[in-house]
Design a binder for this molecule. Structure first.
Ligand SMILES: [Ca+2]
Length: 316
């Protein structure tokens, strides 16, 4: 019998980089096995532009992973659409490999990402939102419908950094990318009093995945060429941007930890913290007495090999 914890409604809010794909593909594998229900994928500008995020997510879900029963939405928010955001993963968010898979152009659905979030949170029970891009859509939903985010069972966020240096060029590396790209949104969501678990750079940068292991396991799948391009493309981008050395054949896959945590929260050291976020997306720990509701913050992985095994489940 499936673990009752895993029978859960999930909405994935994503800016559709390669690390997002590792998280999404894993959730869609669970969805296929009926161990969770992915209600929808809401895309947002972040790693790539608003339009590219929508198109890339559609190609990934429909043409690469062949999932037909999960709707994909385009963000109605374009606050930072003109940003130069494709520097790391390229314009398709996947080092060019998604465009090799399909050049289909998808039409925009009638509902926007934030409208879908509001509708689902109002009507569905037991919804976990997995937020792995800038928090623009979530903040917009909260702005349009105050209190709506509190209807989530939990929001699992990849974002922010507590002790480690940031990685967002827009804020001169003073904040993590998702928080820095839309600091106001991050501030809004973190201070909204929702049941929130945060995966900051502190944990997502410290756990690294062996490239040979990823390539070996992904070579058994129908999408092996796609995964090979994603893994090698990400590694090359990490080397280019000084995030690793060429001889260290391991990847960081930031967003995938939100999936692993959903499967087994015990694999992380998690602390309750009172934090605040400023409009540049910088995270500050509040000291002493404070009215701020604490959030759970994952600071490190407890067992890297167990974490890796759960991630490799997507290649079954
Ligand atoms: Ca992301």
């Amino acid at each position: 019998m499936a673990d009752a914890q895993l029978i859960n409604n999930v909405i994935i809010d994503t800016d559709v980089g390669v690390d997002d794909t590792f998280c999404m593909a894993n959730f869609l594998t669970l969805h296929r096995k009926k161990r969770c229900k992915v209600l929808g994928i809401t895309t947002v500008c972040g790693n790539i532009t608003t339009e590219n995020a929508f198109q890339s997510a559609c190609i990934l879900v429909r043409d690469v992973l062949k999932v037909t029963d999960v709707p994909v939405f385009r963000s109605g928010c374009s606050e930072f659409n003109d940003c130069n955001c494709s520097f790391f993963y390229g314009q398709d968010g996947h080092c060019g490999t998604l465009k090799k898979q399909s050049n289909r152009l998808f039409s925009t659905p009638n509902q926007t990402s934030e409208q879908f979030l509001i509708e689902q949170l109002k009507t569905e029970q037991n919804v976990t939102v997995v937020a792995i891009g800038p928090l623009t859509n979530l903040a917009k939903a909260e702005l349009l419908c105050p209190g709506v985010l509190k209807k989530c069972k939990e929001i699992i966020v990849m974002g922010g950094t507590v002790y480690e240096p940031g990685n967002c060029p827009k804020t001169k590396m003073e904040s993590e990318y998702n928080f820095g790209m839309d600091g106001k949104a991050a501030k809004c969501v973190v201070s909204s009093g929702v049941n929130l678990t945060l995966f900051p750079l502190d944990v997502t940068s410290s756990v690294r995945f062996d490239i040979i292991e990823l390539l070996n396991r992904s070579s058994r799948t129908k999408q092996k060429e796609f995964y090979k391009d994603c893994i090698e493309g990400t590694f090359n981008a990490m080397v280019l941007h000084g995030e690793t050395k060429p001889e260290d054949k391991r990847l960081t896959i930031h967003d995938v930890h939100c999936f692993v945590y959903h499967m087994n929260p015990q694999l992380y050291s998690i602390e309750e913290m009172r934090i605040s976020v400023d409009e540049e997306g910088r995270v500050t720990r509040e000291k002493g007495e404070s009215q701020i509701r604490p959030v759970r913050v994952a600071l490190s992985g407890k067992d890297d090999s167990e974490i890796t095994q759960l991630v490799l489940g997507m290649f079954e």
